[in-house]
Design a protein around this ligand. Structure first.
Ligand code: PLP
Ligand code: TYF
Length: 396
């Protein structure tokens, strides 16, 4: 039965977790997998979430099944957080959606929805992207069309290339977009770039699939969500894949949602039934605990304010690290200024695989083979030695 199988490579990002753990050197820096760390190098449970969990433990009377849509009150709260309760699509009842196991589950459902809507639909994906994007889409049977998005050497977004690629789109094709804090580039479209992309989507009847995994960690929650909200207000259809892994620090609890903006309330009802049906055969229903905790946070004014403050502290720490890296780079004669302009947890540096290997071997600094660094993996104390090591390895 299994004799025909051959081993498949592990996810290079997740593989770094084990490599770093096994390294006996006392001073080691993990800039690999994308988890937020505080100044002590920890990824704590957020206080607001902890309090909500405590309440859940005290007050929850049953763990009986919910439906394939998960916690409906969580979904409504998250929808209103992401789009805004006064968003025209929300007000008109044009938003379908379900709670999903993380942003990954939302992306998988998005793929199923696109494919069930139009069996010949393709999806455009800019490269580099999160390494799971193309496999998720391809496994769901969608033809992925990749185009360059980011020039690592120039540290610039290739908006002309992107708009030209979308010009090849056919009606009902999908386009994967990073809503904010691009993984792995850290470089997002500017306002003009978003406008050009929106025009291309509109002109060719393309449907945006907007991945939102890092909102709140760039310029602030509202600012980070603004492009997705705008597109979802002006185009007839949009799919938003929302993760609560980073901004609620719920990673392993697997919390997320897919929001589908449709043309009419009637279309929303049909899409809702398709999503629930697709979820049923994939995972029956999503895990409850983390979503229930996030719901309590969003429902309670005090917990919500505490969560927003904690998220803001995370955002400010990352912004401070970005400034510190750029300043240390200037002092060392390295060109790291782009890091200070970029947003969210990641930047991708023009490092060869040999340079990344050198960082690991000689300096116990773990970065992804692509040259991606998780800025949130640094402490302020790490900045000077990391920049010095970059100076030593950059030429390799
Ligand atoms: N999208 C992007 C861009 C990501 O970086 C991640 C990674 O965590 C996800 C989606 C998936 O998130 P989740 O862990 O919630 O499935
Ligand atoms: O890009 C990252 O590092 C995060 C975490 O299969 C992650 O998004 C990486 C790989 C993966 C799942 C999560």
């Amino acid at each position: 039965m299994f004799k025909s199988l051959s081993p498949l490579p592990p996810d290079p990002l997740l593989a770094l977790i084990d490599l770093h753990r096994a390294d006996p050197r006392p001073r080691k820096v993990d800039l690999g997998v994308g988890v937020y760390r505080d100044e002590r190098g920890e990824t704590p449970v957020m206080q607001a979430v902890k309090k909500a969990e405590q309440r859940l433990w005290q007050e929850q009377r049953t763990k009986s099944y919910l439906g394939p849509g998960g916690d409906l009150a969580f979904f409504a709260r998250l929808r209103d957080l992401v789009l805004g309760a006064d968003h025209p699509a929300v007000v008109a009842g044009r938003v379908a959606g379900v709670q999903t196991p993380g942003g990954t589950g939302a992306l998988r459902l998005a793929a199923d929805l696109v494919r069930r809507s139009a069996s010949d639909a393709r999806i455009f994906v800019g490269t580099p992207s999160w390494p799971n994007h193309v496999p998720i889409m391809a496994t769901a049977g969608i033809d992925c069309r990749t185009h360059p998005y980011f020039d690592v050497a120039m540290q610039s977004v290739l908006v002309d290339v992107m708009v030209a690629a979308l010009g090849e789109g056919r009606a009902n094709d999908a386009v994967l977009l990073h809503g904010c804090c691009h993984n792995p580039a850290g470089a997002d479209l500017d306002a003009q770039g978003w406008a050009r992309v929106e025009k291309a989507l509109s002109a060719r009847g393309l449907v945006p699939v907007i991945d939102l995994a890092y909102h709140g960690l760039g310029d602030g929650l509202e600012q980070d969500l603004a492009p997705a909200r705008g597109i979802a207000a002006r185009l007839p259809r949009a799919i938003l894949c929302v993760s609560c892994s980073k901004n609620f620090a719920l990673y392993r609890d697997r919390v997320g949602a897919i929001l589908v903006v449709t043309e009419s309330a009637e279309e929303a009802r049909v899409v809702q039934s398709v999503l629930e049906s697709a979820a049923r055969v994939l995972w029956s229903m999503p895990p409850d605990h983390g979503a229930a905790a996030a719901r309590l946070v969003l429902e309670d004014e005090e917990l919500r304010a505490e969560w927003r403050a904690e998220l803001d502290t995370m955002r400010a720490r990352i912004a401070g690290l970005r400034q510190a890296l750029a300043a240390a780079g200037r002092a060392a004669g390295l060109k790291l200024d782009a890091i200070a302009r970029q947003k969210g947890m990641f930047s991708t540096l023009p490092l060869t695989p040999a340079a990344v290997e050198g960082l690991r071997r000689d300096h116990a600094i773990y970065a992804a083979p692509s040259g991606r660094i998780n800025v949130a993996g640094l402490t302020l104390e790490d900045v000077a030695p990391v920049v010095e090591a970059l100076g030593r390895c950059a030429g390799e």
